[in-house]
Design a protein around this ligand. Structure first.
Ligand code: PBG
Length: 326
């Protein structure tokens, strides 16, 4: 017996054009930020594949320029830079040195492509000998003494021409410290994209190989958030907004879509989400085994971020997606 009256959802799925007509969300090149790892080296041809992230590389300045050039030709609008300095020390000096590797990379990219939005990850872990995101004393990452160094890093990045600074350290008060320092240095128009809601996640594993930033002792659990917590995410977001964040980021991505949705529903600021290294590696590994349709899975994972309410997406798949979108 077929009932007389029921919902026929299939009417609007009858063809591709019909589905596209009623589609609620889309990923566009405007939303995507590509992360790059730039290494300080005299070897211009340096390009080292990250073994746990097939298709991602540590690049010399020259190779970075080449890669970004190709991506810009495919429609790249924005990138974020991570640095691998030649020398590390206790204080992460190279993070805020005017001739630090990220500062050099920013100058190079902004000189070549003034329209490209170049974001700088503002943190110390890639530059400290102990691999922590702040100053270490008595085996503990010290909050307040770290703030000044983060502020100096952001100012050095802005001075080099960074369009956006993105503090990822998770020290308390760092957004306020960075905003004050930027304003004082005359960079009132440089926005802060804060890694506001950043969890202490095992999904960052491959990144630490990529950026050579694994902590040499302990872990990041005394400063990054505890994964079981959701309400705390709102407190972190409120704090960063009050301190002057312009864009709120949630990180990681797919395992934290509930948090993306909560941040979206509670705040009117742009929301960014970071599809982190481990998420990339999982998709890549399955794809390389022929277990999944790589492009389809990538697009489905990215549109999930849009559906959850994200505006911007940081993803290592940006270059591939640009090609697909083209
Ligand atoms: C630096 C930083 C990390 C990531 C972005 N910025 C690593 C960490 O916090 O350990 C992770 C990005 C990724 O996994 O792709 N603090």
């Amino acid at each position: 017996m077929i009932p007389a009256d029921f919902y026929r959802g299939r009417r609007l799925r009858s063809s591709l054009t019909m589905r596209e007509l009623v589609r609620e969300n889309a990923v566009t090149a405007n939303d995507l930020i590509m992360p790059y790892f730039v290494a300080e080296t005299d070897d211009e041809s340096f390009m080292k594949e990250i073994s746990s992230m097939p298709g991602q590389y540590q690049l010399s300045l020259k190779q970075l320029e080449k890669k970004v050039g190709e991506a810009v030709a495919n429609g790249l609008k924005s990138c974020i830079l991570f640095g691998i300095p030649a020398e590390k020390d206790e204080m992460g000096t190279q993070a805020y040195a005017d001739a630090g590797i990220v500062q050099k990379a920013i100058r190079l990219l902004k000189d070549r492509w003034p329209e490209l939005i170049v974001c700088a990850d503002t943190c110390l872990c890639e530059y400290t000998s102990h691999g922590h995101c702040g100053i270490v004393q008595h085996d503990y990452v010290q909050n307040d003494p770290t703030l000044n160094l983060l502020a100096k890093t952001a100012v050095a990045q802005a001075r080099a021409g960074a369009d956006v600074v993105a503090p990822s350290d998770m020290m308390d008060g760092r957004v306020a410290a960075i905003r004050d320092a930027l304003d004082e240095a005359g960079f009132i128009n440089v926005p802060i994209m804060s890694y506001a809601v950043k969890y202490a996640s095992a999904f960052y594993g491959p990144f630490r190989e990529a950026a050579e930033s694994a902590p040499q002792f302990g872990d990041r659990k005394t400063y990054q958030m505890d994964p079981p917590n959701a309400r705390e995410a709102m407190r972190e977001a409120v704090a960063d907004l009050e301190e002057g964040a312009d864009i709120l980021m949630v990180k990681p991505g797919l395992p934290y879509l509930d948090i993306v949705r909560q941040v979206r529903d509670n705040f009117d600021t742009p929301v960014a989400v970071y599809q982190v290294s481990g998420e990339y590696s999982m998709i890549k590994a399955a794809a390389l085994n022929g277990w999944i349709d790589e492009q389809a899975v990538i697009m489905e994972s990215l549109v999930a971020f849009k559906r959850a309410g994200a505006d911007l997406i940081l993803t290592y798949f940006t270059e591939d997606v640009l090609k697909t979108l083209k």
